[in-house]
Design a binder for this molecule. Structure first.
Ligand code: B12
Length: 233
């Protein structure tokens, strides 16, 4: 029996439990993460605090160690899977605490890219803030984005890319919108670890958002501005 098996999660203090969750996330222990999320909820933690202070904080450590060659793809996949287990519990709760509908967003990861944790977080936080979100998943072609925009008529288009090789595809999508004279119909927000503000500007997005919290604030600001413009005629 390993040392892990001896730990009774419910007996840990909040602080110890969050530490343990970071370890469990690192080790890809989905069931333990789910149990811990439920324990913190029972203790009155808000879904948002569990998400940011335990799950996102833990995933950041995983990200650093992957970058530094300490963790490899299979371990990171396990960690991602454990995180998804926790997010699955929190998602409906984050949505519940949300305000009335703020607007609608279509979001997806670009073609060639399968990273979806950050995108899912943005989608969850946007829903939590009262936006209706249509999630197109990963590996989206220009056609996939355009079809969804046509069908869903959202206020916002969100694109995510985590690879330097896939981020230029965002420009392909925006250029197609421009060519079809549809660019001004949508607020375009982009995000993903390798992007920055300069890149966002260069490809013609309305804004680059460094994390999900900024995404929510930016989305609110732009939608409000759009409504004001419409009201002004
Ligand atoms: C988890 C992970 C994986 C998992 C993905 C699991 C999944 N379901 O997503 C797996 C193991 C599958 C994977 C595979 C690969 N990965 Co990877 N991966 C990561 C890792 C460790 C963490 C990413 C993550 O989830 N971060 C946590 C989330 C919360 O952060 P985030 O994604 O940045 O999202 C936040 C913001 O960016 C922003 N945001 C994100 N999207 C959007 C969208 C909008 C609209 C807005 C407004 C905001 C926004 O808000 C989010 C929430 O706060 C990163 C390292 C890192 N530091 O980023 C490497 C990383 C992105 N991967 C990398 C690589 C190279 C790969 C592979 C090519 C590896 C390989 N050799 O096979 C493959 C690519 C496969 C493919 N075609 O896509 C490199 C990319 C390097 C580069 N410069 O391009 C990184 C940077 C690691 C590294 N340093 O080498 N990966």
């Amino acid at each position: 029996m390993s040392e892990e098996d001896d730990i009774i999660l419910a007996d840990l203090s909040d602080e110890e439990l969050v530490e343990q969750m970071m370890d469990d996330l690192y080790d890809g222990l989905k069931e333990e993460i789910e149990e811990s999320v439920n324990i913190l909820l029972e203790r009155g933690w808000t879904p948002y605090d569990i998400l940011t202070k335990a799950l996102v904080a833990g995933m950041t450590i995983v990200g650093h160690d992957f970058r530094d060659g300490i963790l490899f793809v299979p371990e990171v996949l396990l960690a991602a899977n454990a995180m998804k287990g926790g997010m699955f519990i929190l998602k409906p709760l984050l949505v519940e605490t949300g305000a009335p509908r703020m607007g609608k967003m279509v979001i997806g990861t670009v073609k060639g890219d399968i990273h979806d944790i950050g995108k899912n977080l943005v989608a969850m936080m946007m829903e939590g803030a009262g936006f209706e979100v249509v999630d197109l998943g990963i590996n989206n072609s220009v056609e996939s984005y355009l079809d969804a925009l046509e069908k869903e008529q959202p206020d916002i288009l969100g694109m995510s890319a985590l690879l330097t090789t896939t981020m230029p595809y965002m420009k392909v999508v925006i250029d197609t919108l421009i060519a079809q004279k549809k660019r001004d119909d949508y607020i375009v927000l982009v995000g993903g670890a390798p992007l920055n503000e300069e890149f966002g500007r260069a490809i013609g997005a309305d804004a680059y958002c460094r994390d999900a919290a900024v995404a929510v604030e930016t989305a609110k600001e732009f939608v409000q501005r759009k409504h004001n413009q419409m009201a002004a005629g």
